[in-house]
Design a protein around this ligand. Structure first.
Ligand code: GSH
Length: 344
């Protein structure tokens, strides 16, 4: 029964309840529902700077929010036609499955189990990450290998719980887990010294260090990355039309970066003789119709949200407080893994 873990058990319980009260689990027409409603509902975090968090004016910003805005731009020609639904780690898959949200755009790792048994399916990868450790410098630890006996904070309902357990076993490290459901409470516990270490995705640790802790310089991320955490948007299984809308909205952003199309030059690019550019921007029609969208779907994404590199830089990269290097998230032809599938 090892693979029937708590995350899976919780989902089946909710699924059984929903079936009992007669709420349909499959929404095979999400695009129509979204069009009728007039906005897209995206599941985001409860506030995770750089990825999904409200700014000073209460507007949701971040790399994952841009994924949501891209879908809104593709469907409505207006990136502002979305509603961010804050969800903690535990709530996210039930919110997707019950139809409370149309798409989960929230630092969620693609795993085999989530893509199968949880009734969800990923629509691409918008950030390649890995799990790491954040410690106060005062702990005097320079490597994760020195964490034997440590108290380690993490959040309920994350892949981080199992990954840490596997890694610790393999490395003969014993630790005391402190597992807390609400994000702000894990951060407070860590800041108050109730645990020695915070473990989650390295991107999350960078965000916590810079945005959630009073004195970022008093903390450091240890060098070890103990897992692969490919993060991406998820939709419900059984709705290929909607899966394609989300998948190709992300692809359009990556494709635009590959082709050198930005929010600033997209209008000039409408005159480009390059057939790839012409197809992406809808000058040569076809892609929009195939996706059940208007032919300006990708043009609207690029003009209003920008290409992937613009979104990365402004939210989590060098133009942001987080300053996370592109690393694996650089384009495939610049040493990274971001590779757009061709629009043709
Ligand atoms: N990528 C991992 C971890 C993602 C995750 O939920 N991380 C926590 C960080 S402690 C988070 O984002 N919390 C924000 C929240 O609950 O609002 C997963 O998919 O399970």
């Amino acid at each position: 029964m090892r693979y029937f873990n708590a995350e899976c058990a919780r989902w089946w319980l909710v699924a059984a309840l929903l079936l009992t009260v007669g709420i349909p689990l499959a929404h095979a027409d999400t695009l129509d529902i979204v069009k009728d409603r007039g906005y897209v509902q995206c599941g985001v975090t409860t506030g995770f700077a750089g990825f999904s968090a409200p700014d000073a004016k209460g507007h949701w910003r971040g790399l994952d929010v841009d994924m949501c805005r891209a879908v809104a731009a593709a469907v409505f020609g207006d990136a502002s036609k979305f509603k961010a639904v804050p969800l903690n780690s535990q709530q996210r898959f039930t919110a997707l499955q019950s139809g409370e949200i149309d798409v989960l755009t929230r630092n969620t790792t693609v795993t085999e189990q989530r893509d199968t048994a949880l009734g969800a399916i990923h629509a691409g990868i918008n950030f390649y990450d890995g799990q790491g450790f954040l410690v106060p410098k005062s702990l005097g630890v320079k490597s994760a290998k020195e964490l034997n006996g440590a108290t380690i904070c993490m959040q309920t309902g994350t892949s981080n719980e199992n990954t840490l357990a596997d890694w610790a076993r393999a490395n003969h490290i014993t630790y005391k887990p402190v597992v807390i459901e609400q994000f702000n409470e894990v951060v407070s516990a860590f800041a108050a010294g109730r645990c020695d270490v915070f473990t989650t995705d390295a991107s999350g640790l960078a965000s916590i260090r810079i945005a959630s802790l009073k004195n970022p310089d008093a903390y450091e991320v240890l060098p070890e990355i103990i897992s692969k955490e490919p993060l991406g948007p998820f939709v419900r299984q059984g709705d290929d039309v909607w899966l394609n809308v989300v998948k190709w909205s992300l692809m359009a952003m990556i494709d635009a970066e590959e082709l050198g199309i930005t929010s600033a030059n997209v209008d000039q690019e409408l005159k480009s003789p390059n057939p790839d550019v012409r197809r992406l921007l809808g000058v040569t029609p076809g892609a929009g119709k195939n996706l059940h969208l208007g032919e300006k779907w990708a043009y609207d994404i690029i003009r209003q949200v920008g290409n992937y590199g613009e979104s990365y830089d402004r939210n989590v990269g060098m133009k942001s407080p987080l300053k996370i290097p592109r690393g694996l998230n650089a384009l495939w032809n610049k040493g990274g893994l971001m590779y757009a599938l061709p629009v043709r």
